[in-house]
Each structure stands twice: as C-alpha cells, then as structure tokens.
Design a protein around this ligand. Structure first.
Ligand code: CP
Ligand code: NVA
Length: 304
C-alpha cells in the first residue's frame, strides 16, 4: 500500500478487498478483551478543520481498540488556526505521532500535509474526497450480499466529495455507477477523467433520478449542501428539487436494494424519513462500519 490514503485511487482493487476483509475481522472481534492490540504505544494525530461526529469518534475509538492513543486537534486550540504553515505542522507532527488524520477544506491542504509528513496521512474528508466513507459503504454493500464488481449503484443528488469517491471506487472495482444530478452539480471533471484513466468502470451522469435508480442494487444519497457551502444553501434547495430519495424512487430499484447515506442526513430534503428508517436502509450499519474498516486502515498504514 502507499504511505497515505488521500483518495480511493490510492488503492488497488486488491487492496480495497483486503481492507474490507480485515475490517470484517475487526468487526467480528468486536473490541473484546484478548483481541489483538497491534498499535500499543502508537499515537494518531487528528486535525479537524470541519465538524464531525462519525469520523472523529470512530477514529478515536478505533485507535483505542487497537491499543494506541488518538489526539484530537481543533484549529482553535492549535497554531494551525493562527496560520502556522501546514508544511511546518507536518514536519513537527511527524516527530511526535505515528499517523495523522486530517479533515479540511481544499484537498491540496491534505495533499501538502501528506507530501511533507514522514508518517502516513489519512483523509478524513476534504472538499473533493471522502475515501474512508466509501470503504465503509463498500463493506456494508458486501455484508448485504452485493457483488462489489457487478452491483449497480445509483447516486442521486450532489456531485460532491462523497460522489467523487464513489466515481473512483466504480473505476477501481469495475461496477456500474449512475449519478443523477442537476446540470452544474456534476462530480469534478478532473476527478471523472483521472478515475476513467484507471478504466474499468462504467460511470454515467444522467439528469433523471428514475433513470439512475432503475434496477439499482445500491441507492445512495448525501446532503445537497456540504460543509463550507452554507451560503449556497437556498439556491441548492431549489436546484435539487425532485432529487429526493423517496419511496417512489426506491420502488424503481431492485427489490432487495440497499439504501445508503453517509450521514448526517437532512430528512425531507435529499431523503425522506420513511426511506431512511425503512427496511431497505443500511445507514446505521454504514456508520458502524466506519469504525471497523478504519481500524483495518490504521493497522495497515501504521508501522508496527
Ligand atoms: N459521514 C461522516 O463523515 O460523518 P461525520 O461528518 O459525522 O464525520
Ligand atoms: N458531503 C458532506 C459529507 C459529510 C460527511 C460534506 O462534505 O459536508
């Protein structure tokens, strides 16, 4: 594996499948006494420049279960918030900690941190990518019996960081992906091109949610307004009208389709309460699987 996990394209299909298998093994062990603790004495630095519930807590708990320690750093309490360059931060942290998770705005900040750090850097979400989320999503799809090389995935909504990571996963693993989004809200062109160069998937952008959802095995959505886009909130509400994952759309999908959402959800906007709480929904398994698959990532990337 590469030193860092910044995006799904950093992983091969084999590496993804191996992380999912290892995540499933950590899940079976369930943090029991006597479970292996390969990271005793290791510390994970966690730089969070955006809010988080799942990513922060799952990395902290995961590191604890692996026998190590996690250190949360918010911009307010560190010199990062007062403008210390990310390169200097990277050089200093590399002398204290064994890996760093970063959640930030521009993807370039995470990339710069990784370039200068001598320890592994894990992307806990940037404006462009959310690889750990998609690993947990893939683990959940597999648990629900989906074939990761063939399943039909429909992503309905904004072509955001989560959608971009789905595009990359589709190309690395080879499954068909349909993204239904309004004009102007497609995944980033650069990411579509870079992922296509890997060349195994069949990724199409459509306008009609029903066209994407038809016979889908996984029906996925995420918020219409991501962190950092709050000033566009009203315009986005209008632009995404008709792009809700509701019962009518779910009926278009395969009978055993799995509904997924990375959370937090805005019920009544991108997804209805009925679908989120309904029998096809796997959203809380997805949230749980963040913990298990990230334990696999930490175990793999941090030097024992
Ligand atoms: N899905 C996800 O990344 O959630 P948080 O923003 O709570 O970390
Ligand atoms: N697209 C959302 C995901 C949150 C986990 C955001 O970036 O805010």
């Amino acid at each position: 594996m590469r030193k860092d996990l910044l995006r799904i394209l950093d992983l091969s299909a084999r590496e993804i499948l191996s992380l999912l298998a290892s995540g499933a093994a950590w899940k079976r062990r369930g943090g029991r006494r006597g479970a292996p603790r390969p990271l005793v004495g290791k510390t994970l630095g966690m730089i969070f420049q955006k809010a988080s519930t799942r990513t922060r807590v799952s990395f902290e708990v995961g590191m604890h279960r692996l026998g190590g320690h996690a250190l949360f750093m918010s911009p307010e309490d560190t010199q990062i918030g007062r403008g210390e360059p990310i390169r200097d931060t990277a050089r200093v942290l590399s002398r204290y900690v064994d890996a760093v998770v970063i959640r930030t705005f521009a993807h370039g900040i995470a990339a710069e941190l990784a370039e200068v750090s001598t320890v592994p850097v894990i992307n806990g979400l940037t404006d462009d990518h959310h690889p750990c989320q998609i690993l947990a999503d893939l683990m959940t799809a597999k648990e629900r019996g989906k074939d990761l090389r063939r399943m039909r995935v429909a992503f309905v909504g904004d072509g955001n960081n989560v959608a971009n990571s789905w595009v990359e996963a589709a190309h690395v693993l080879g499954f068909p992906l349909r993204i239904a989004c309004p004009k102007g809200y497609e995944p980033a062109k650069g990411i579509l091109d870079e992922a296509e160069a890997v060349g195994r998937g069949d990724v199409r952008i459509v306008r009609d949610p029903a066209e994407a959802a038809r016979d889908a095995d996984v029906l996925y959505t995420d918020v219409w307004t991501s962190m950092g886009q709050e000033t566009e909130g009203r315009a986005r509400l209008a632009a995404f009208k008709g792009y809700s994952v509701d019962s009518a759309l779910l009926r278009m999908a395969a009978g055993d389709a799995v509904v997924m959402h990375c959370l937090p959800a805005h019920r009544g906007e991108e997804i209805t309460d009925e679908v989120l709480e309904g029998p096809n929904s796997a959203v809380f398994d997805e949230a749980e699987n963040r913990l298990h698959v990230q334990m696999a990532v930490l175990d793999k990337l941090i030097k024992h």
